[in-house]
Design a protein. Structure first.
Length: 453
């Protein structure tokens, strides 16, 4: 690309490690900590994990590379990226979808982010150890259906997200991720070790890792693929945007693979941190959101060192949620700064206000507005479903179609090999191109249609 000057004006990641931790930060999130462990439990343990790994390696990795290629080649936000790579066409609408989608996902995601701050505050005041017979289900319902409390914590969560993004890509996102991602891994490992060494933990591990292939059916396959998409932050321009801040020297396939590996390893560690404890205390493993906010506090209240473990756990949950939410806010911010030519501060402020208003709607939809339903869902669930079943699928589909069918094949090869300076074995290259062109679009169509059935 000829835009060396433009490149210099843009804030960029300072190192390969910075790119990696930022991408891993976007991927590792609430999806890993509460969703993955309970899906594994519900959908056949190791059989589900094997399917999940297969999808990550064969389908999601090429999709992630496609997003990375679009971003790195254009060095621009999602909309400008498509305008640059396919001038005069309607492809920029895909970029626009990537800007709209984060609004839908971040508004309910921040509500849960807010809950984790509230639980962290509780953990710090040792409320999970004070009364071992507390009814945590009632506590959770009382809190989430309250009008103002969750809104207050939602505000704090968005404020933290905005504070990091306002500092910029290099001084904000990269710095935060460099420190926080390693901390997050260490904290989660501490909890996993504590959980695994509890009496009765073996049953939880068996539940996680003993394959039961009879549980595999088309719905389980859809779950595995949907989870892989969600967990790797695909289809919403996060990877395009972070890719656009990456230098031409980065190895796209290498960094994407490491991101996918970190995300998967983290999900497995989270599974080991949660499931053995659930089993050791004879709780129900397939509770969804309740697993983290109801079952775990109950367990913390009853286990030795539970008060400290609770603090560590909710710090981890908050860090994981924050490192994902900053990537979503950055997608929108980059768009406003570059397309509307406004200051970064102004862009973050505008996004903040809109996110907050939508977030309030999501938060209230669990309490006072619970009666208001669209297609039988409250706003929170509606946003959740629309973002993962429609926005992410559509985004990812058009992104692979673009890279597979519209973008010059030579350009794709150029990006994957850094103008030929990286040696990729020819069969591997052909395999990646084949997946991007045929397999990924087909698989996405199958999932998307399956989701509607
Ligand atoms: N991957 C994040 C998680 O596992 C959530 C997420 C979904 C996301 N889609 C995204 C993050 C798009 C950033 C961009 O919790």
């Amino acid at each position: 690309m000829a835009k060396e000057n433009h490149l210099k004006e843009r804030d960029n990641f300072g190192s390969s490690f910075g790119v990696l931790v930022a991408l891993a930060g976007s991927a590792v999130g609430l999806g890993n900590i509460w969703r993955f462990p309970y899906l594994v439990g519900q959908d056949g343990g190791a059989a589900f994990i094997i399917l999940y790994l297969l999808f990550v390696a064969v389908v999601c990795l090429p999709i992630m590379c496609s997003e990375f290629i679009i971003g790195r080649r254009s060095q621009a936000n999602t909309v400008t990226a498509f305008k640059k790579l396919a001038p005069g066409t309607k492809w920029y609408l895909v970029g626009l979808l990537c800007v709209v989608s984060p609004f839908i996902i971040l508004s309910f995601y921040s509500v849960v982010g807010g809950w984790s701050i509230q639980y962290l505050v509780k953990a710090f005041s040792f409320q999970f150890t004070a009364a071992a017979d507390t009814d945590f289900a009632a506590l959770f319902t009382d809190f989430t259906t309250n009008t103002w409390q969750p809104v207050f914590y939602l505000f704090i969560f968005l404020l933290l997200t905005a504070a990091i993004v306002i500092l910029g890509v290099n001084k904000g996102i990269e710095k935060f991720s460099k420190v926080m991602m390693p901390v997050l891994f260490v904290l989660m490992i501490i909890i996993a070790v504590r959980a695994i060494t509890m009496p009765g933990a073996g049953e939880g591990l068996r539940y996680l890792f003993k394959p039961d292939f009879s549980k595999i059916n088309s719905r389980v396959a859809l779950d595995a693929l949907g989870q892989a998409f969600f967990s790797l932050s695909l289809g919403m321009g996060a990877v395009i945007t972070y890719g656009s801040y990456s230098s031409k020297k980065e190895n796209i396939l290498g960094i994407s693979s490491l991101t996918a590996i970190s995300d998967t390893v983290f999900a497995l560690i989270a599974g080991c941190a949660i499931m053995p404890a659930v089993f050791a205390f004879g709780m129900n493993p397939s509770q969804g959101p309740g697993l983290v906010f109801v079952v775990l506090p109950q367990i913390f209240a009853n286990m030795p060192l539970g008060g400290i473990i609770a603090i560590i756990f909710f710090i981890s949950l908050l860090l994981a949620a924050l490192s994902s939410s900053i990537s979503l806010l950055e997608v929108v911010t980059a768009f406003m700064v570059e397309e509307w030519k406004i200051k970064r501060k102004a862009a973050v402020l505008i996004a903040f206000v809109v996110f907050f208003l939508l977030g309030i709607a999501c938060s209230l939809s669990i309490g006072p507005w619970a009666e208001f339903k669209v297609f039988g869902l409250n706003i929170f669930d509606l946003f959740d479903k629309v973002s993962s079943n429609i926005c992410m699928m559509l985004g990812a589909l058009f992104i692979v179609l673009f890279v597979g069918w519209k973008l010059d094949k030579a350009a794709v090869k150029d990006e994957l090999t850094n103008q030929g300076s990286l040696k990729l074995p020819r069969p591997l290259m052909n395999f990646i191109l084949f997946i991007i062109k045929y397999v990924a679009p087909l698989v996405i169509l199958v999932i998307a249609v399956g989701n509607f059935l």
